[in-house]
Design a protein around this ligand. Structure first.
Ligand SMILES: [Zn+2]
Length: 433
């Protein structure tokens, strides 16, 4: 009898966690090559062809395409990333790269973000390939390097240099959505239909350089400090996009608590551990994160720089830049260090209906709400090819597990039962859509 997806998902997840793919963002990590080869072997063992490619030495991604029965339908991309953020062993209760299973949970860096979903994708793909189950449309399975540093050496590179891999694709599903959270006492699934944009800004203040003992009314450091203080303490207004409005309406329906823009905390309190996760999606944010100025205690430098990590609501990139510029004021240049798009797609359509149906087939009657992710995913890169991406890595989770708090946190862990549930949901979706 052939192995079912549910029977091997936990093993694959543990194997992937044991391959350290820490991404430090500066190329100093071990890279994704070993994980990519592991994935490619699983793909080929199931009888599909794996395309492994590197953007730089060791920075490997893997893509495979499963042919559908109806070539008139656009293809679907199902993608995950192979890298993880680094983990400090001394902060963890277990070795973060041991892939240990304790009390029914798999522990380790990537258990939540996102070797769990990688394993679910692989298990479902292998079961389909082994049993000769063909999807209706082509499915492109992709496992990217470098998501945790913005995808330059992963999805971004693939979109730029290997666009033919995604030919015919119009939609994608990937991480940070589809998991359950308890809202108003009901197990509710959050499906990600929007992502905030990234605007990493550099402020460069100019002034008159001079001796530290002199009167200087044109001091770049003073000017910069004022700007940083104004930007950092600016209260961005609450602004509801279509997605957040639909999300909040859904929460109101489940809890009976109305959203009050003057007091958002009241409704957020109903969300439990998810509150932190969605709180930042009600407004733009702009946090000063780095300062650079001066070279000697008694010398006033001619310039001073600060870096701002701003995250924009869908469609508000320009507006945010203008506000930051006016807060910065005269004598300060504001420029982009890095910019990536925001995304927002409607919570309607055939794919959305199919995702909701797949979830509800496994968890009857559970509400599903759209939400906005305050961070970013590889869907940003795929959007450059006109591919619409959703966050759908389905997991039914125990109520007391602070799942969203474990992204990039310590003691990442995922219940084996949740993985099995997600595998069943994903299998339904990919076989039927
Ligand atoms: Zn991730």
């Amino acid at each position: 009898m052939s192995i079912r997806a549910e029977d091997e998902v936990a093993r694959i997840c543990r194997d992937l966690i044991r391959i350290d793919t820490s991404n430090y963002g500066d190329g100093s990590g071990p890279g994704e090559r070993e994980a990519a080869e592991y994935v490619a072997a699983l793909i080929e063992e199931a009888g599909l062809e794996a395309d492994v490619f590197e953007s730089a030495p060791g920075r490997a991604s893997v893509v495979t395409r499963m042919a559908g029965t109806d070539s008139s339908l656009p293809a679907l991309v199902v993608h995950g990333h192979l890298d993880v953020v680094p983990a400090q062993k001394q902060d963890w209760s277990v070795d973060p790269f041991s892939g240990e299973e304790l009390d029914g949970l798999i522990w380790g860096r990537g258990a939540v973000d996102m070797k769990d979903m990688d394993a679910m994708i692989l298990a479902v793909m292998r079961e389909m390939a082994r049993t000769g189950t063909r999807p209706r449309r082509d499915i492109i399975f992709a496992f990217f390097a470098d998501e945790e540093a913005g995808g330059t050496y992963g999805a971004g590179w693939a979109v730029e240099n290997r666009p033919e891999l995604f030919e015919g694709a119009r939609e994608a599903i990937s991480e940070v959505g589809g998991f359950s959270a308890t809202i108003g006492g009901r197990r509710t699934y959050l499906l990600q239909t929007a992502e905030k944009g990234i605007s990493w800004l550099r402020l460069k203040a100019h002034g008159r350089a001079g001796h530290g003992s002199q009167i200087n009314t044109d001091n770049a450091v003073t000017r910069l400090a004022g700007a940083v203080s104004r930007i950092g303490s600016y209260e961005w207004p609450i602004e509801l996009t279509d997605t957040t409005r639909a999300f909040l309406d859904g929460v109101t329906e489940l809890t009976g608590v109305e959203f009050d823009p003057e007091n958002p905390e009241k409704l957020l309190a109903e969300l439990g551990t998810v509150a932190r996760f969605v709180g930042a999606t009600l407004q733009n944010t702009a946090n000063p994160t780095l300062l650079e100025a001066g070279y000697k205690h008694n010398v006033i430098p001619g310039t001073a720089e600060a870096f701002i990590d701003a995250r924009t609501l869908p469609g508000q990139e320009e507006q945010l830049l203008e506000i930051v510029k006016s807060l910065a004021g005269e004598g300060i240049d504001v420029s982009y260090e890095h910019k990536d798009v925001s995304l927002e797609v409607p919570f309607t359509g055939n794919l959305v209906d199919s995702m909701v149906a797949a979830l509800q087939a496994e968890d009857p009657g559970a509400p599903v709400l759209p939400y906005t992710l305050s961070g970013g995913t590889d869907n940003k890169s795929l959007s450059r090819l006109g591919i619409t991406g959703y966050g759908f890595a389905p997991l039914r989770l125990p109520e007391d597990l602070d799942f969203t708090g474990m992204f990039h946190g310590v003691d990442e862990r995922v219940p084996v039962e949740s993985l099995k549930f997600g595998t069943r949901v994903l299998g339904r979706l990919l076989r039927g859509y």
